[in-house]
Write a protein that binds this ligand. Structure first.
Ligand code: ASP
Length: 728
């Protein structure tokens, strides 16, 4: 049979319509996709993998769909609505700060858990908010208005800012929504995102940390995992179901959509989808960037945090009060620290730097083969080579100074820095009312700080951090006040600590409080004499005078190079459908429930059970001390409708591409039902922020049946299940 060219052409069009452009990513399950574009790029692949719903069921502007039940929780995590009355589930670790703030030594909800037995008992969480995406829209055309290729970076940025401001304003005018315009594909595409934020969110239930944080730091970032990492909150709304500030008169938010909760469970090979707010990934950066992170920043940061964690742990083990005060702080510090260790191992194992270098060689050849390409892209890789050595240096100074003095480093120095900002405003203001408000802000800030402060622990932090700061940074980049103090004590920071903690007012609540109460405009001058004020001031001046500006310029140049580098890669790999790096906007990842080979002869299967919790049980070890109530339920062995093959499932893994911010994301099965709650990744594949490894990159999720079991049988709060839509 002879087929004409015209027929072939029609055939190609038809084939493309039915099998739209396949995602030719290097790896099958890699990617965090844009919800509004899955119809175009992903849905056919999702269906091949087992998904049974349509793109519209996932994301639609016109009708209720899954996106209406996915929320950004507190700005850093994700959550999912699981009842028509605004009940939401997220991770225990996402609600941890809130639970801690509501706890006291007498009413310790972290240690004992919390369960509202009726809606009246739900607890207000000041400051907590959740945000829903209403719609997203490609606004690249509007953003590019007036932009020309010969514009310099500064002029380009100014115009982009004003274009985005206009788009944003127009989008939300006359509504209570907020909007932002965000760059995707490193600034090659722009989307408008319109949001609705609810500020009255209340704690409904949380298991004790011995369940919600079971395994603690020891198991964090690792598989097999047995953590019941969930907490329940409820969104409240004012009149017309719209956002309102907290009021006892507010009523439960009526959600347009809520996830049915699946009792069916998961099996190896099942389709899963993650719908959430991944924070940051760097998939398309050059080898120079990976080298900076892996060989320069990560090792230094790991070193300084090693010590901080050791100090905090020692203190926490000796006092329940210190444990409560430092548990959230330590978790925060340890989370990054452990991830960087795994990340470095993964990058090493995958030879990411040399693989990227090889790719860069190919790109260079391809660019060199064409005049137009040479002109457009020829400068990018050579300029990266020039700029990264400097970027490395400035980034290190910035990160280490921050981690030493301002970010849970020496705590009293951090306090001095924060309070001095208020003191400066007080000093600069002539308005007595404003001054009074600055004073009150200082008092409130100090009050909060000392709730979670232990002077002896901080003194230990001081001794070690001062030592390490001097070891890591060249003298040229050390704060002058640090150099002076070091000379003064001959490097004996312990003896210096003894003296300096007696002198400073920032390590003594009573002294500081009375100082603030009597604060006069001359107070700011008084503060300047304090040794910790001086250290904080010196470190922050070093950054503001010698680092910030240069670093800002370098990063701006890198941003522009990255934009072109991304465009180059997209042009070079024309057949590939790229996913944009994570940027804290709503994304979809899909994959398959599957175990993985961890090391030679070590295979990890996909599901853990309560039996595994009991195998880890050890009352002597804080992280593995199983609560008596759970032990008893295990002994009784009655798991009812929550069981699978006679066991109670706890966690499972799958090959979804996730990152920080995806915590609390709903894990959705082939029918669109909630099968779990994402909370972590397995250590061996954690380098996936820069290099996804299909063999080992696994996201870790709580099996929803474990959450239901805990709510029902452990907490006796089974009434909460009545408002959910439970499905088989
Ligand atoms: N644990 C992370 C989070 O808190 C999730 C991840 O990085 O996989 O968002």
């Amino acid at each position: 049979m002879k087929i004409s060219m015209k027929k072939i052409f029609v055939l190609i069009i038809l084939v493309q319509a039915f099998f739209p452009c396949r995602q030719a990513n290097a790896f099958p399950d890699e990617g965090m996709w844009i919800p509004a574009l899955i119809e175009k790029f992903n849905i056919s692949i999702m269906k091949e993998k087992g998904f049974r719903l349509s793109a519209e069921d996932v994301y639609s502007v016109n009708r209720a769909c899954m996106k209406d039940a996915v929320l950004s929780f507190g700005g850093g995590c994700t959550g999912a609505v699981i009842s028509p009355d605004g009940l939401l589930i997220t991770n225990h670790h996402c609600g941890y700060g809130q639970i801690q703030r509501l706890s006291t030594v007498e009413k310790d909800y972290l240690a004992n858990g919390f369960w509202a037995m009726s809606r009246d008992e739900e607890l207000q969480c000041p400051g907590l908010f959740v945000t829903f995406l209403k719609r997203m829209e490609d606004v690249t055309g509007e953003m590019m208005k007036g932009i020309s290729p010969d514009m310099d970076n500064e002029a380009r940025d100014i115009l982009l800012d004003s274009n985005s401001e206009k788009i944003r304003k127009d989008a939300v005018e006359g509504t209570h929504y907020t909007a932002s315009v965000r760059p995707f594909y490193m600034g090659n595409q722009y989307f408008l995102l319109v949001y609705e934020t609810y500020n009255d969110v209340r704690l409904v239930g949380a298991p004790p940390s011995a369940i919600g944080k079971f395994g603690g730091e020891s198991d964090n970032w690792t598989w097999p995992r047995h953590t019941g990492d969930f907490a329940l909150f409820r969104i409240y709304a004012g009149k017309n179901n719209e956002p309102a500030a907290y009021s006892p008169d507010n009523v439960p938010f009526q959600s347009r959509y809520h996830f049915p909760v699946s009792l069916r469970g998961i099996r190896e090979g099942d389709f899963t989808m993650i719908f959430g707010y991944p924070g940051t990934t760097m998939q398309y950066v050059p080898s120079y960037h990976i080298d900076m992170v892996k060989n320069y920043i990560n090792p230094a940061m790991i070193k300084i945090r090693d010590r901080k964690i050791e100090i905090m742990e020692t203190a926490m083990n000796t006092s329940p009060k210190v444990r409560l005060q430092y548990s959230a702080k330590k978790s925060g510090i340890a989370n990054g620290w452990k991830k960087w260790i795994g990340e470095n191992q993964g990058l090493e194992k995958m030879q990411t730097i040399s693989r990227k270098q090889e790719y860069e060689k190919q790109l260079t050849e391809w660019i060199g083969a064409d005049d137009g390409r040479r002109e457009k892209y020829g400068h990018i890789l050579p300029r990266y080579a020039e700029i990264y050595p400097e970027l490395k240096k400035y980034s290190l100074v910035n990160s280490i100074t921050n981690d030493a003095f301002f970010n849970s480093g020496i705590e009293a120095v951090g306090l001095a820095s924060n309070l001095s900002a208020f003191a400066g405003m007080y000093e600069g203001s002539m308005d007595p009312e404003k001054r009074e408000s600055y004073r009150n802000a200082m008092l409130a800030y100090a009050g909060d700080f000392f709730r979670n402060y232990d002077r002896a622990t901080d003194m230990e932090l001081f001794v070690s951090v001062m030592q390490l700061y001097g070891e890591i940074l060249e003298p040229e980049w050390q704060a002058p006040e640090y150099i002076r103090l070091k000379k003064l004590c001959g490097g004996d920071f312990r003896s210096l600590a003894g003296r300096i903690y007696d002198r400073t007012i920032f390590a003594d609540q009573d002294r500081l409080t009375s100082f603030i109460r009597d604060f006069k405009r001359s107070g700011a001058r008084e503060l300047k004499k304090d040794p910790f004020y001086q250290l904080a001031e010196s470190a922050s001046l070093l950054i503001s005078e010698r680092v910030r500006d240069r670093l800002g310029r370098l990063n701006a140049e890198i941003r522009e190079l990255n934009r072109l580098y991304m465009a180059l890669q997209m042009e070079y790999n024309r057949d590939q459908v790229f996913y944009p790096d994570a940027n804290s906007t709503l994304r979809i990842a899909y994959g398959t429930v599957s175990g993985y080979k961890s090391a030679d002869a070590v295979y990890f299967s996909h599901l853990t059970t309560l039996k595994g919790i009991m195998e880890k049980d050890n009352p002597e070890i804080y992280d593995y001390d199983v609560p008596a109530g759970l032990r008893q339920l295990y002994e009784e062995g009655d798991y009812g409708r929550y069981s699978q093959d006679g066991q109670l499932p706890v966690c499972f893994i799958a090959s979804n591409h996730t990152t920080g911010g995806n915590s609390g994301s709903p894990v959705i099965n082939a029918d669109g039902h909630l099968a779990g709650v994402n909370f972590d990744r397995a250590w061996e594949g954690v380098a996936s922020d820069m290099a996804f490894n299909p063999e080992q990159s696994r996201n870790i999720s709580l099996d929803i049946r474990f959450a239901l079991f805990i709510i029902d049988k452990f907490a006796g709060a089974g009434y909460l299940l009545d408002e959910m839509t439970l499905v088989d």
